[in-house]
Write a protein that binds this ligand. Structure first.
Ligand SMILES: [Zn+2]
Ligand SMILES: [Zn+2]
Length: 256
């Protein structure tokens, strides 16, 4: 499997190690054509992007891109914070980024937890049984469908990790809008039970190492094994058989 793109990695702007340049250098060594930086959104509990840091990172990305070589996209990994499909990033970042990646994370600031305690606490910390509650899964599904309506989402990351959704319904909506379903190296097991539904939805996949250290950029051993076992064709995966095309954020002004 020849990897040409990795669309999910963290830098020292959030909880990753290494700079944008470190990631690009490593990607070039591996023969990748493109990467996307996806540091955690502004609601993340410990390490997060801010609008100011994000702008600085965009300048670093522009400088690396100006040198040619590996194409670096400016992305963000936003957290879904409630049933209405809200995200932990301001509209200004959404409008400015190249790649909007969204998913569920449990380490969020208390103000989000106060607003939607069940959504964040049960999905984040509940037992598997509690997380499988029919009503909660329906609520989660509404959240995922809503976020795709409200925001110019590009990637649904680690779908099924912690927060259970109606995978078929979410992936059909994603396929219709051209939103990629991530094959996440760290959390590929979350798709295990659902892969038939995802495949049947017609959705296109995208590679994301979720590398926090520079050494893990472009490493997809678990994803490769998963793809082989489930007969996922390489031409259905951005980062192997094809490069990614992201939705334009031009015209996105506000979710209000
Ligand atoms: Zn994540
Ligand atoms: Zn991540």
């Amino acid at each position: 499997m020849k990897v040409i793109g990795d669309y999910h990695m963290h830098t020292n702007a959030s909880d990753g190690r290494g700079s944008v340049r470190d990631k690009a250098v490593r990607a070039a060594e591996l023969g990748l054509k493109e990467i996307a930086i996806a540091d955690h959104g502004c609601g993340s509990l410990f390490f997060r992007q801010t609008e100011e840091k994000f702008r600085k990172q965009q300048a670093q990305i522009a400088a690396v891109n100006a040198e040619g070589g590996v194409k670096v996209y400016s992305g963000i990994e936003a957290s879904i914070t409630g049933e209405d499909g809200s995200l932990d990033v301001p509209d200004a970042i959404v409008a400015a980024c190249d790649v909007l990646t969204v998913g569920f994370h449990r380490f969020l600031q208390p103000r989000y937890i106060c607003r939607e305690p069940r959504f964040l606490l049960v999905n984040g910390w509940g037992s598997e049984r509690a997380r499988g509650d029919e009503e909660l899964v329906a609520c989660n599904t509404r959240a995922w469908l809503a976020v795709m309506e409200r925001y110019p989402v590009d990637v649904l990351c680690h779908l099924g990790h912690r927060a259970a959704v109606d995978v078929g319904a979410v992936c059909r909506a994603a396929a219709e809008k051209g939103i990629y379903i991530e094959l996440n190296e760290k959390h590929i097991d979350a798709l295990e039970r659902h892969i038939d539904e995802v495949s049947a939805s017609g959705a296109i996949f995208i590679l994301g190492s979720d590398a926090h250290s520079t050494g893990k950029v472009g490493a997809f051993g678990r994803v490769e094994e998963f793809m082989r076992r489930h007969n996922i064709p390489e031409d259905r995966v951005c980062g192997i058989g094809r490069t990614a095309v992201f939705r334009t954020k031009k015209g996105f002004i506000s979710t209000k």
